[in-house]
Design a protein around this ligand. Structure first.
Ligand code: COA
Length: 333
């Protein structure tokens, strides 16, 4: 069976840089606390009026250029986001229109930090099955308009940032190269450990003034940080080993691990648990914070630009996030 491989990668980071010191003027927090607990020094916030699809379209255009393809060459568009531009239709449809194309399928994947790998897995299956030749997978998030930028929301607010990344996949005839395998998991019983409850179809109406301004502020994401942390440092190593085992490879064969950028401490603990060398793990959370579905394609794009991925490199993408969901994708470049 043919494989799929990544033909081009792109990223979009909004220009507005928000340092920890700037957050300290909005809420009771300090640069020292944020750096110590998360490794984040700054993040980017989008401009007003810019949605996930706008940023995703820019990243997609770069990925298409890198792949040497035109937008019209795409057979399918998959858009991973937890912050779609609007409740409906899918941001994938809005992005398709922005790219000036139409007709091919376009849909969203709502799987938070694992959304990009879930999207990649679907794209890989479509290509392997011979259904499509060229599939665009985008991860894009605008968090800054949806977080509580007061002391009440500080535990969540300091972590997240805005951004977008995209890859274009195409067929790879050599079975030893391209995407070797993908591994997806979910455990819905932990849904409330990291969730955004409102607007909700369970409520009539779905959102009220009280839900927005009341003490509970249920329109903002809520997280049991320590609980998420504990699960993340277990699931990441598990799903990385699963990918290597499935392909008869060892941790020493791994050229580069690109983990979802959740928290630098999580990535460091994962690297330690797997006894990976520093140059085997890519981190850029210090500059962008956690950009959820966008973090892996942004990191992949930067790793390529930095020359960290050579021809034939074994690259593992891995994620953990709300749901809980966790996933990995192993590829030979
Ligand atoms: N600034 C200053 N103090 C803060 C703060 C902030 N932004 N956020 C929380 N605090 C305070 C807490 O109120 C608490 O105060 P207390 O001891 O007086 O009660 C103290 O800091 C310690 O809080 P705690 O939650 O124990 O800190 P932590 O070391 O667990 O770090 C997280 C908090 C959120 C950074 C950490 O739990 C984490 O990264 N979890 C995983 C999050 C994640 O990855 N989410 C995305 C899913 S992929």
């Amino acid at each position: 069976m043919r494989h799929s491989r990544i033909l081009g990668v792109g990223r979009h980071l909004p220009e507005r840089v928000v340092t920890n010191a700037v957050l300290g003027t909005m809420m009771d927090t300090t640069d020292e606390w944020i750096q110590q607990r998360t490794g984040i020094r700054m993040r980017r916030y989008s401009d007003d009026g810019v949605g996930a699809a706008d940023m995703g379209a820019d990243a997609a255009q770069q990925a298409l250029r890198a792949a040497g393809l035109a937008a019209g060459d795409l057979d399918c568009i998959i858009f991973a986001t937890l912050s779609p531009d609007v409740d409906m239709p899918a941001s994938a449809c809005l992005l398709q229109h922005r790219l000036g194309i139409g007709g091919m399928p376009a849909f969203d994947v709502r799987n938070q930090c694992s959304g990009f790998i879930y999207g990649l897995a679907i794209a890989d299956m479509f290509i392997k099955a011979g259904t499509y030749e060229h599939v665009l997978v985008v991860g894009a998030e605008v968090h800054s308009t949806g977080i509580d930028l007061t002391t009440r929301g500080r535990e969540v607010a300091v972590i997240f940032g805005d951004g977008a990344g995209a890859v274009v996949l195409g067929p790879e005839p050599d079975e030893r190269r391209g995407i070797l395998s993908t591994h997806l998991h979910a455990e819905g019983r932990f849904a409330e450990k990291l969730w955004l409850e409102c607007p909700s179809t369970r409520l009539r109406p779905r959102v009220t003034e009280e839900l927005i301004t009341g003490d509970e502020a249920r329109i903002f994401p809520k997280m049991d940080g320590r609980y998420v942390f504990r699960h993340a440092v277990t699931r990441f190593p598990e799903v990385i080993r699963e990918a290597l085992d499935a392909n008869g490879l060892a941790l020493t064969d791994l050229s580069l691990l690109i983990p979802h950028q959740a928290n630098l401490r999580i990535s460091q603990m994962v690297a330690q648990a797997l006894e990976l060398a520093e140059d085997q793990v890519f981190n850029n959370i210090d500059r962008y914070g956690n950009t959820t579905a966008a973090s892996i394609p942004i990191a992949l794009s930067e790793a390529l630009d930095a020359g960290r991925i050579h021809d034939g490199a074994v690259v593992c993408l891995a994620s953990f996030g709300a749901g809980f969901t966790w996933a990995s994708a192993l590829m030979r470049w």
